[in-house]
Design a protein around this ligand. Structure first.
Ligand code: SF4
Length: 326
């Protein structure tokens, strides 16, 4: 049986916001609300949902960039949810992050070699000479030559900058990487290249990924399992093929219906499901099922009781009261 790399149990991340004329009142934003997920070693879990659904906050809380409000983050058997920033430092060597905006995440005053070398300096790994060699090796892994190392981020294209982000994440030889929308800021033609690079690296270096995205078509290509998030909750999880063949939650069905199909005949036959209304505010989310204000199947129970994730066989779990009616 494959070893579990990461298990997240009942994870909450709430932010408080001061409101009112004198800032005397507080509002709570429930960005991540009771999230559970599991990733086995060598697997990729895709986490998808609209902007603002809490997927990036989930990734950043797992990486302990944010402190969780409650819950457990069990990484390689150790609960890291309550570790101090000092205690978490050795864990960071095993768990790295690739960020969404490749330009904003790179220091414009540093050369590419310096950027890639930074994690080695922070973790005090290798001698000075060995670090130079390591940087060359990393440049090579992501398809650069050593000359690229002397350039600055503004001298590279978007796709090349994201390759620098990947090389920097790989520098400390992590086992687990959180890829936070690594392709959404890139041109479509470059997106496939970055996905292929990530897949190749996963296979050669035996990596495990949490791959966060809002584009379900790209997620299918790279993921073994997929979790769908809506307003801070996971509403459906399944194996990648199973989710695409048999989406059960009305929200997942809507997301899948929006994927462009390459075959014009099939595209013409397919009906796109349009959602009514706006995404509700996470400050004041709807009661019961948070999706009930936009769901065409909603019944009375949906606005009263929050549905739990239930197993419907084939490793497929759905949070919906009307699984058998939809
Ligand atoms: Fe729709 Fe009700 Fe299911 Fe929520 S629980 S997705 S509102 S049918």
């Amino acid at each position: 049986m494959m070893e579990t790399m990461l298990e997240v149990k009942n994870l909450n991340k709430y932010f408080t916001k001061k409101v009112g004329f004198f800032g005397g009142k507080q509002q709570v934003v429930k960005a991540v609300d009771n999230v559970n997920l599991k990733i086995k070693k060598g697997e990729t879990l895709g986490l998808v949902g609209e902007s603002g659904c809490g997927k990036t906050t989930t990734g950043r809380t797992i990486a302990r960039i944010y402190d969780p409000t409650a819950g457990n983050i069990i990484f390689r058997g150790q609960d890291i949810a309550k570790l101090s920033q000092k205690e978490i430092k050795p864990i960071r060597k095993c768990m790295q992050m690739i960020f969404q905006d490749p330009y904003a995440s790179l220091n414009p005053r540093m050369t590419i070699s310096e950027i890639i070398r930074t994690p080695l300096d922070v973790h005090n790994l290798y001698t000075k000479e060995e670090r130079k060699e390591k940087v060359k090796e990393l440049l090579n892994i992501v398809g650069f030559n050593s000359e690229h190392g002397n350039r600055y981020p503004h001298e590279l294209s978007g796709g090349q900058r994201q390759r620098v982000g990947i090389a920097r994440a790989l520098a400390v030889e992590p086992e687990f990487i959180i890829c936070d929308e690594p392709i959404s800021a890139l041109d479509v033609s470059i997106q496939a290249q970055i996905i292929n690079t990530l897949e190749d690296l996963k296979n050669t270096l035996n990596l495990t990924y949490l791959f966060i995205a809002h584009d379900l078509s790209m997620v299918k290509h790279i993921s073994d399992n997929i979790g769908v998030m809506y307003l801070g909750n996971i509403v459906e999880t399944a194996g990648s093929d199973e989710l695409y063949k048999n989406p059960v939650h009305p929200y997942t069905q809507t997301l899948l219906s929006a994927i462009p199909l390459p075959d014009p005949r099939k595209a013409k036959e397919r009906k796109r499901i349009m959602l009514e209304g706006e995404v509700p505010s996470p400050i004041n989310p709807p009661t019961g099922c948070k999706f009930h204000t936009r769901c065409k199947y909603a019944e009375k129970v949906c606005s009263e009781i929050a549905p739990e994730l239930k197993d419907c066989g084939n490793n497929h779990r759905v949070a919906c009261h009307l699984i058998n009616k939809i």
